[in-house]
Ligand binder design. Structure first.
Ligand code: PLP
Length: 454
């Protein structure tokens, strides 16, 4: 048996090659047929074990149905595979002294880069959703007395990621305890709206306790959901964009996005490293007169008890690449989005809806004289067509009620020509597709507050 396991490992490079996991020529999107989906979803575990070879073959097929994310030239997957092979337990210091020390060192480094004080602490979790859940539980337990829980109020901007409202619900908030604050034209939470909402809630005898990013008045908890943007802290030329973030009480950040890590690598930070124990340290264990090391056990600071060493892949990547290279890889993302933006600005009939701030660009094909619904449809079809032609996966999003295209250019292996080719293909397809839609006499009524116009 052991020999077969080794043989499979030895064949891995071939398997990776065959399935174009490194994504140069493979399909950008590979979907199973209906029959394949039915077969897979109706299957049950076999009573008698099957041969390893056959199971490996099936695994390859199952994994091959995917949206290609095209990142794994980076070293996260190696660190991840090594860590998995050792199956280290990262819940307590005793059981994994080496990995625990490394987790501490990375958390300290992240806190410093985020501009948090020396008192800060945190841990790795599976994703920003769990990071937010952890932080918002801590916020509740630090600021809201138990008998005030039904009066607690949280404030989010209308652009806040849906995972935040979802996690607030998990912490016990009802819909009526969550306020959505409108944004200005730059998609930032409007502080005047926020202030008047808070004042009104205090008048009504409620307990405002958390705002997801922005002001520090009213002794509230500031949670910053930096799931995506937090990586800019590791890029010298752009880190000023995050100015002030270190004043947060808690921060969620996803290395599995713009720090090029395999999925399941996220961080939750809190300003006072002891704060999470009020929510997560479990009585008997914690109240006993424990050695200092034991009170520091990660399971007292978060939701999980058995937890894998999710940080080792990041450690591995940072060791191999060095922080200088990581810095350049992040700034390349800004460069590529800037290039895409300037290419689009040169083309007629395209508008930039949200310019390149964090290597994300929202834009749309919007020729004069077309019905708004048709413009939405055209942009949707362009997105589908580009994927069907295997040129690029450019998803759509909806901003102020209008369908836009969005690109996120954080893969540093993308070339300038890749960007030019995708923009050219978008333009050609948009023009072809729009011929199928009539123009109106009355002209097009712009439903967008276009940032271009300001
Ligand atoms: C990705 C993302 C999330 C969700 O994070 P997961 O890691 O998928 O749980 C939340 N907020 C923002 C801003 C994100 O970019």
């Amino acid at each position: 048996m052991e020999k077969i396991v080794w043989d499979v490992f030895r064949e891995l490079p071939g398997i990776v090659e065959e399935h174009k996991l490194f994504c140069e020529q493979g399909d950008l999107i590979k979907r199973p047929t209906r029959k394949q989906v039915a077969d897979l979803s109706e299957s049950s575990p076999p009573e008698k074990g099957r041969s390893l070879e056959n199971v490996v073959r099936d695994t390859e097929e199952i994994l091959s149905f995917r949206f290609s994310t095209g990142n794994p030239r980076f070293f996260s997957f190696l660190g991840d595979a090594l860590t998995t092979a050792f199956n280290n337990y990262a819940g307590s210091f005793e059981s994994g002294a080496g990995i625990s020390a490394i987790e501490d060192s990375i958390i300290r480094w992240v806190a410093e880069r985020f501009g948090m004080p020396l008192s800060a602490g945190g841990q790795f979790v599976s994703g920003a959703s769990i990071a937010c859940l952890t932080a918002l539980t801590v916020a509740r337990d630090q600021l809201v007395e138990e008998d005030m829980r039904t009066k607690a109020v949280a404030y989010l901007s209308e652009e806040t990621h849906f995972c935040v409202a979802k996690t607030l619900r998990v912490t016990g908030l009802l819909e009526r305890q969550i306020r959505t604050v409108p944004c200005n034209a730059k998609f930032q939470m409007d502080p005047d709206h926020l202030r008047s909402a808070i004042v009104q809630d205090i008048k009504d005898g409620l307990k405002p306790y958390v705002v997801v990013a922005t002001s520090k008045e009213y002794k509230m908890w500031i949670h910053v959901n930096a799931a995506y943007g937090g990586s800019v802290a590791f890029c010298e030329s752009h880190r000023a964009l995050l100015q002030g973030m270190g004043r947060a009480d808690s921060i969620a950040w996803d290395p599995h996005k713009w720090l090029f890590q395999t999925l399941g690598c996220s961080v939750v930070m809190s300003r006072e490293r002891s704060h999470p124990t009020k929510s997560f340290a479990v009585g008997a264990h914690f109240l006993r007169d424990l050695e200092e090391d034991e009170t520091k056990n990660p399971f007292n600071y978060g939701i999980e008890l058995f937890r894998p060493a999710r940080h080792m892949r990041l450690w591995f990547s940072l060791q191999v690449l060095g922080t200088d290279t990581v810095d350049r890889m992040i700034s390349r993302g800004f460069e590529l989005a800037g290039l895409a933006e300037s290419e689009l600005r040169e083309l007629a009939d395209w508008e930039i809806v949200s310019p390149n701030t964090l290597a994300v660009l929202d834009f749309r094909f919007n020729p004069k004289g077309m019905i708004a619904d048709d413009v939405d449809r055209i942009n949707g079809l362009v997105s589908k067509e580009l994927a069907a032609q295997n040129i690029g996966v450019v998803f759509t999003t909806c901003i102020h009620g209008a369908v836009c295209l969005r690109i996120c250019t954080i893969n540093p292996q993308t070339t300038d020509n890749d960007i030019r080719d995708v923009i050219k293909a978008l333009d050609q397809n948009a023009r072809l597709i729009s011929k199928r839609f009539p123009k109106t006499e009355t002209g097009f009524e712009d439903r967008l507050v276009s940032l271009d116009a300001q």
